[in-house]
Write a protein that binds this ligand. Structure first.
Ligand code: PGA
Length: 238
């Protein structure tokens, strides 16, 4: 696992955008694994800017998003479908039929998502944020690592963290469907971006703690091609 510490959050996000841009430039029909949350937004803004400058062509790109809330309409502004449209897909020349965001409330629907990923030859590069509790996607601290896409109950810390996007905490969905740790480890390259002091403990545990499903991101240390990009604040405990 490689760690790069940048002075500012903008630099860490830009470095992630460069890695995605390089992947798209190298392989025009790349399969991208994408993430939501506030961290990747500047990275998507950079990719949009590269596209507008004529540097990146998304016409042959396929995407698979990590996760989605359960029990929320895909048109809801806080659904991850809507987030991705707003922050990336509406601004680049990606073909709608090549966009995949998980949906559903059962593990069977998750298994179909995994089948689609396999049918596309797997994910070339996976973008990740990290939760304060070390979650990746919505793989929350648990007694065992999960393999495929599955339905999860969100922890209170995740519900609290997501409340800022909803009118009240009651509106925050309590369940989600997420790619599993196995899906993430199967990606050929993994890029995790963490910025801000609230991620410092999670980054410390990811780099230095025991590899445990109680801190899901620790498993990334077993990935042969994983890069962690942080700002100074997120790296403060290292
Ligand atoms: P954030 O979320 O980017 O909004 O901090 C990251 C995550 O919870 O995975």
């Amino acid at each position: 696992m490689q760690l790069h510490i940048f002075d500012t959050p903008e630099q860490a996000c830009r470095a992630a955008a460069f890695l995605f841009a390089a992947q798209i430039t190298e392989k025009a029909d790349s399969v991208l694994g994408l993430a939501t949350g506030s961290t990747p937004i500047p990275c998507y803004q950079d990719l949009i800017a590269f596209h507008r400058q004529g540097l990146l062509d998304f016409s042959q790109i396929t995407t698979f998003n990590l996760d989605e809330y359960c029990g929320i309409d895909y048109k809801h502004p806080e659904s991850y479908h809507a987030f991705m449209d707003r922050n990336l897909f509406d601004h680049v020349n990606i073909c709608r039929e090549n966009i995949h965001v998980p949906s559903g409330e059962t593990d069977e629907e998750g298994a179909k998502y995994d089948e689609m990923i396999r049918a596309h030859g797997g994910i070339d590069i996976q973008l990740l944020g990290i939760g304060r509790n070390g979650h990746i996607g919505f793989n929350e601290p648990a007694d065992a690592f999960s393999y495929g896409t599955h339905v999860v109950k969100l922890t209170q810390s995740t519900i609290d963290a997501n409340a800022r996007f909803f009118n009240s905490i009651e509106e925050v969905p309590k369940k989600a469907i997420t790619m599993g740790i196995g899906n993430i480890l199967s990606a050929r390259k993994v890029v995790l971006v963490a910025t801000g002091a609230s991620k410092a403990e999670a980054i410390y545990q990811t780099m230095r703690g025991d590899i445990t499903p109680q801190v899901p991101a620790t498993i990334l240390r077993t990935h042969p091609n994983c890069v962690i990009l942080t700002d100074r604040e997120a790296a403060a405990k290292l």
